[in-house]
Design a protein around this ligand. Structure first.
Ligand code: SF4
Length: 265
């Protein structure tokens, strides 16, 4: 067989291989791929880690504190605050003053959360799952995820809630169209047979609880998008999205970066 024929055969074989390849997809992977396919590859194929920063540390601590609060069956603000101190992630801060500032902002979030949560408990709303993992098949791929919280109302209906610790305000359009809650909604139905009737975000930094409009059409859209991204990953489509480079955590090290300083290449 000549070299050209061998190359054509190898390409055909890799295409066939990609067609049968199964990818485990999650909302975080979709977000990384959407930001830049190279970023997805660096993290999920090459094993690069996003460098620690104050926002990641605060987000991890607050999420873990809320999960522990629910799972330990705690019911007071003092307990919540002591869990928070116990598991504080002290990484990525430029100095102790910055760490203290972020620590205080987390305490404010939890204090507001406690007031919000207590008013729900008083209305008979129960948290039935915290950090609930789900799994379902998407054709030859798999979708996985972890839902921050699922609540049950006295009338038997359910609500999926995702906690956000970032500072940005989301527009109504983004709140209603973001794929995360739709994917979680499908995951809850397929994993435990519960179809939630409410889908909400709780923006802890802003103490803003927002319920979004979404139904089966949005679930279908999220699943089809998850499948599209999984197919692209299976095919090895990792073209750089250079418009994301200025905001990228890897812009100084990534071989495809469009903004890396020349001296460092
Ligand atoms: S530096 Fe640019 S090309 Fe590299 S991963 Fe980040 S966004 Fe993608």
């Amino acid at each position: 067989m000549n070299v050209m024929k061998m190359n054509v055969t190898n390409s055909a074989l890799s295409l066939i291989g990609a067609f049968f390849k199964s990818v485990t997809i999650s909302y975080s992977k979709m977000a990384a791929y959407d930001f830049c396919p190279v970023k997805y590859k660096l993290i999920y194929v090459n094993g690069w880690k996003v460098p620690p920063n104050p926002y990641i540390s605060l987000g991890l601590t607050v999420h873990a504190a809320l999960d522990n609060y629910h799972k330990r069956g705690a019911s007071s603000l003092d307990e919540l605050m002591s869990i928070y101190d116990e598991i504080w992630v002290n990484l990525g801060f430029k100095d102790p003053v910055a760490a203290l500032e972020f620590h205080e902002s987390g305490k404010k979030m939890l204090s507001d959360f406690f007031a919000w949560d207590s008013s729900r408990v008083a209305r008979g709303i129960k948290t039935v799952y915290s950090e609930k993992s789900f799994y379902f098949t998407l054709g030859r791929h798999k979708a996985v995820g972890i839902i921050d919280r699922v609540d049950k109302y006295p009338d038997g209906s359910h609500e999926v809630i995702d906690y956000k610790t970032h500072r940005d305000a989301w527009s109504r359009e983004k709140t209603d169209s973001d794929l995360q809650l739709s994917l979680y909604s499908a995951g809850l139905k397929k994993t435990v047979g519960i179809r939630p009737s409410k889908h909400s975000y709780y923006f802890l930094y802003r103490n803003d609880y927002v319920t979004s409009d979404r139904g089966r059409a949005e679930e279908k859209k999220a699943m089809s998008e998850a499948r599209r991204v999984a197919d692209a990953i299976a095919l090895g489509d990792f073209a750089p999205r250079s418009q994301s480079c200025p905001k990228c955590d890897f812009k100084e090290k990534c071989p495809e970066s469009s903004v890396r300083e020349r001296g460092k290449r």
